[in-house]
Design a protein around this ligand. Structure first.
Ligand SMILES: NC(=O)C1=CN([C@@H]2O[C@H](COP(=O)(O)OP(=O)(O)OC[C@H]3O[C@@H](n4cnc5c(N)ncnc54)[C@H](O)[C@@H]3O)[C@@H](O)[C@H]2O)C=CC1
Ligand SMILES: O=C(O)C(=O)COP(=O)(O)O
Length: 527
């Protein structure tokens, strides 16, 4: 039975759902990195929010054991070392949408709180001061809202702002003009947004491009007295610059839900005038927490129990139905990749994968990854379905996939072509009876072979006596032949021989085969 650790405060519905699905659960909060490293190897899955840091050390310890998936009950994955997870073959999933409405509502609440100074007015009133004239506010209706980042949350903020009769300008390089039109927002460059907005709200992830997007220089370009709301990530607004801008009045008020260092128990900004802070509450409503907890438990259980992949950051999506249909093809893809990879000695430049017939109508991305795993395995022990595309990219290996739904000699066919510095080689295979992988073509030569654990691959001149000589050497070495497959380009031309053996060929026998005058190449292969 798979086992998961829930390391942050998730709705109890998550643990219940895991158990109902047949996944064992431990719920332990507040573990240090050291504690996590010590325990991680015992779990197939780790479920977190933003408090637990899934560092490279934690992921490595997990992967040394049985860790296969990290689920983030929420959106931001900056607390998870995704490249390290990928390198260790651990799938990372999040739950987009589940807390988007709640977080957008928090941003709107922050905007109202700033416009009407609600927290300060509350403190003053409860202190018996009745300072009615001190808390003069601003009306939101008719004001310009500048939305930085117009994805799931930013779009909901735009929609709510329209309801408040605000004008919305948005900066998001990935927002298409059509989508901007659908959202009823004016797409602008950052400079223009800074110049025009009365209120700025941030809804971008923290990346190298967005870190410090609101710094002293940007704030100086804003309208004097601009209001800033950050319910996305600490680090988007430079805190020391914001403090100075609030003190000078360049920024009229700021509402922050997120901080450069969290938990923010001490922060240089605390106590600055016109500052409102909440402790990363953006996603904290009963509704959102239930959504994300159920979603993460469902996605993680699906993956652990059926192989289905949803909302993963480092794997293509795969439904349980796909996983079932693709099963035999995955074995074929891996075998073809492995066959081609084991015969490749020189620098690999490109891998082309062609899908023909039935397979072309399926979700082929996982198959392409299985081919890559097969190709790269002889060179890299650490390759797996998750990291294969990254490893290929790091080695400048171009990967291309083509689908042909046209008729071919076989109902279904996968052809893998490897281009190296010296040559182009291809191998193709099909499924017999819908489930049994068979090689049907090697280097444009028709053969028909089933791959076993120990194979001997020969290329030779098509002259009489090769089968007899090879058979004799193998018999003298005490090797039992399970299957023997032959193919040739034309009579007297290049020929191929694939022999399945019951055990690995001893080095002396291999040397003898290689020494046969008709043999061009002899390679032991393992599957
Ligand atoms: N305070 C809280 O509790 C919560 C915070 N968040 C944070 O909110 C942020 C946004 O979440 P979603 O809207 O769900 O993400 P999303 O991925 O749907 O949207 C992000 C948007 O930012 C845009 N973007 C990326 N780089 C950009 C750049 N350099 N300049 C301008 N735009 C850029 C993208 O094109 C995308 O449209 C995330 O950082 C997430 O972690 C999310 C949920 C709760
Ligand atoms: O989903 C997100 O990105 C969030 O920031 C929510 O964080 P939390 O789960 O409340 O710690």
């Amino acid at each position: 039975m798979p086992k998961v650790l829930i390391a942050d405060k998730l709705s109890p519905r998550a643990a219940k759902l895991f158990e109902e699905r047949g996944v064992e659960v431990d719920v332990v909060h507040g573990l240090s990195e050291e504690d996590l490293v010590a325990r991680m190897g015992d779990y197939d899955g780790l479920a977190v929010r933003s408090a637990t840091k899934a560092t490279a050390a934690v992921l490595e310890a997990g992967a040394r054991g049985r860790l296969r998936v990290v689920g983030r009950a929420g959106i931001g994955v900056d607390n998870i070392d995704v490249p390290a997870a990928t390198a260790h073959g651990v799938v990372v999933m999040n739950t987009p949408y589940g807390n988007a409405v709640t977080t957008a509502e928090h941003a709107i609440a922050m905007m109202f709180a700033l416009a009407r100074q609600l927290p300060a007015a509350d403190r003053s009133t409860q202190a018996g001061k009745w300072e009615k004239s001190k808390f003069m506010g601003v009306e939101l209706s008719g004001k310009t809202l500048g939305v930085i980042g117009c994805g799931n949350i930013g779009s909901i903020v735009c929609d709510r702002a329209h309801g408040l009769r605000m004008k919305v300008v948005a900066y998001d390089p990935f927002l298409s003009p059509d989508r901007a039109q659908d959202l009823g927002v004016e797409k602008v460059e950052l400079e223009e947004l800074l110049r025009r907005a009365d209120i700025i709200t941030l809804h971008v992830p923290l990346t190298d491009q967005t870190r410090g997007i609101l710094d002293a220089e940007a704030m100086a370009k804003c309208r004097k007295g601009v209001l800033i709301v950050n319910c996305a990530r600490g680090g988007l607004v430079v805190e020391t610059d914001l403090k100075a801008a609030l003190e000078s009045g360049q920024v009229g008020g700021a509402a922050l839900d997120v901080f450069e260092v969290e938990p923010a128990k001490e922060n240089a900004l605390f106590g600055t005038p016109n500052l409102i802070c909440t402790p990363h509450l953006g996603a904290s409503t009963a509704e959102a927490q239930e959504n994300v907890a159920l979603q993460v438990a469902e996605q993680m259980s699906d993956y652990l129990l059926t192989g289905a992949v949803t909302n993963a950051l480092n794997m293509p999506s795969l439904t349980a139905e796909d996983a079932k249909h693709l099963g035999p093809y995955m074995a074929l893809a891996d075998q073809l990749g492995s066959f081609a990879g084991q015969l490749t000695r020189t620098g690999l430049k490109a891998i082309r994968i062609e899908y023909e017939g039935h397979v072309a109508g399926l979700n082929t991305r996982p198959l392409t990854q299985a081919v890559l795993v097969g190709v790269l395995r002889p060179m890299l022990d650490s390759v797996n379905m998750v990291n294969a595309p990254v490893l290929a990219r790091q080695r400048d290996i171009a990967v291309a996939e083509t689908k042909y739904e046209r008729d071919c000699d076989y109902q279904t066919l996968i052809r893998v072509t490897l281009e190296t510095e010296k040559q182009v080689r291809s191998v193709a295979g099909t499924l017999f009876g819908g489930s049994k992988p068979r090689l049907v073509e090697i280097k444009d030569i028709q053969v028909e072979a089933q791959l076993g654990q120990h194979m001997l691959y020969l290329t030779n001149h098509d002259t009489p006596g090769v089968i007899g000589s090879v058979g004799r050497i193998l018999a003298e070495a005490g090797m039992n032949i399970a299957t023997f497959h032959l193919g040739r380009a034309e009579a007297g031309g290049d020929a191929i021989c694939l022999i399945e053996l019951d055990a690995e060929i001893p080095p002396a026998a291999l040397a003898e085969v290689r020494a046969l005058p008709q043999v061009l190449r002899a390679e032991p292969l393992r599957f």
